[in-house]
Ligand binder design. Structure first.
Ligand code: SF4
Length: 221
């Protein structure tokens, strides 16, 4: 079995094969992903919960002062920038659709849905991919810092940017495995293949890993 297929299989074996179910409706997912930029899940989820508590609908948020939005999302960091991005995206969606709703993306071919999201100011490839895979089960693989780091350490790709990693993984990882691979690799990055100090000697992927194979004898890991 080729290396990538074995990595996918091992991840599924250890963390369980993830089966898609909708996490949030697409506008919620878009807002939640914008809030997740440059912060932890814990902080961004708190910011998202605050927003949902304060504003009953996205329409209500649109009418609010930017300062009120900033107050609610402070816990996620970069609140000024994120408040502006969220308001900008919701304004544009309303302008295009007549309401703040992105269910229309379900009817579009995936590349067209991706272009739609990327054309919103402040939405990059990872955010667009998150909306499509988590809200619509589209075969698009979001690449965050964990996925980028692990894919390079494992030797699945050799890249210097998340964008390039996303472009390559999109082709390398079979569509049927993208969802589970994404979630399981993030889990592995948090628990084992940590950014500063990967726990290689406790890692079930070490025999498949380029980084581990290149470790010099005696190198602490
Ligand atoms: S062997 Fe080390 S570098 Fe490779 S995936 Fe495991 S923890 Fe990460």
């Amino acid at each position: 079995m080729e290396k990538v297929a074995r990595i996918i299989q091992e991840l599924d074996k250890h963390y369980g094969k993830k089966v898609w179910s909708r996490w949030r409706e697409p506008v919620d997912e878009l807002v939640r992903t914008i809030l997740s930029q440059n912060t932890t899940d814990k902080n961004s989820l708190r910011a998202f919960a605050n927003l949902k508590k304060r504003f009953e609908t996205w329409e209500e948020l649109l009418q609010a002062d930017e300062e009120d939005i900033i107050q609610e999302i402070k816990s996620g960091g970069l609140a000024n920038i994120k408040a502006r991005k969220i308001k900008g995206c919701l304004t544009e969606i309303k302008k295009r659709e007549g309401r703040i709703d992105l269910e229309i993306l379900a009817k579009k071919p995936v590349p067209e849905a991706l272009d739609y999201l990327l054309s919103l100011d402040g939405v990059g490839p990872k955010t667009a991919a998150c909306v499509l895979i988590f809200s619509f089960n589209s075969p698009i693989l979001p690449v965050d810092t964990h996925i980028h780091r692990l894919s390079n350490r494992l030797g699945i790709v050799q890249t210097n940017s998340r964008g390039k990693t996303q472009e390559l993984l999109q082709k390398i990882i079979p569509d049927k495995d993208k969802y589970s691979f994404h979630l399981n690799l993030i889990e592995h990055g948090r628990k084992v293949c940590k950014a500063q100090k990967p726990l290689c000697f406790d890692c079930f992927l070490r025999e498949l890993c380029s980084y581990y194979q290149n470790l010099q004898p005696g190198t602490p890991s």
